[in-house]
Design a protein around this ligand. Structure first.
Ligand code: ZN
Length: 199
């Protein structure tokens, strides 16, 4: 499946780690990431839906992540900064993520430190949910803050992205789009990716 989406034109592989505590579901973790790394040269964007991710930051780096993404809700601000510092010391990129109920302002302390900000457009934890259009004003607000404080920071959107919702996220200011079901469940993945990219 990974080789297939790479051939279909995906830029990154987005890797959703769920611990059964921060979110109700459990997905996969460090050994699976290591296996993926060993057979894949794609950029591995690791989204940690994990409580107190500072505990595992170094292990995910050593397992082959290219970017670690930490939820701002997952620990104290101090510990999220410590997790970011661990990722940077390992030579990796890092990001912070906001759940739908979290305010745009909560990302401000991190903007100048991170390479990417992720705004969730579904409640994290399960695939196949619908895009929450109520998050669009938050995407615009974070885009404005990025333009003001750190224009090189990427703005990623994750949840319910398909050819219909991608233009809404892009118009609001997102420049990295995560797509799960709309690509993996498509019969023609190259067409699905290009429809999202060119929407
Ligand atoms: Zn994700």
């Amino acid at each position: 499946e990974i080789y297939d989406v790479k051939a279909a034109g995906a830029d990154y592989l987005h890797f959703d780690v769920m611990d059964g505590i921060f979110v109700p579901n459990i997905s996969f973790g460090i050994p699976v990431l290591k296996s993926v790394r060993s057979c894949c040269d794609m950029f591995l964007d690791v989204h940690l839906m994990v409580t107190k991710p500072v505990r595992y930051a170094e292990q995910f780096c050593l397992a082959g992540a290219d970017l670690l993404n930490f939820h701002v809700e997952a620990d104290s601000r101090e510990n999220i900064f410590e997790a970011i510092n661990i990722a940077k010391a390992c030579g990796k990129k890092c990001g912070v993520t906001l759940k739908p109920g979290t305010k745009a302002e909560d990302v401000l302390p991190f903007i100048e430190t991170v390479d990417l900000i992720l705004i969730m457009t579904v409640e994290p934890g399960f695939g196949g949910q619908s895009f929450m259009e109520c998050q669009l004003p938050k995407i615009s607000a974070v885009r404005a803050a990025i333009d003001r404080h750190k224009p090189s920071c990427e703005l990623q959107v994750d949840g319910g992205i398909d050819r219909r919702t991608a233009p809404l996220a892009k118009q609001a200011g997102a420049n990295v789009l995560v797509a799960g079901s709309s690509v993996f469940k498509s019969k023609d993945r190259a067409e699905a990716i290009s429809a999202i990219r060119n929407s």
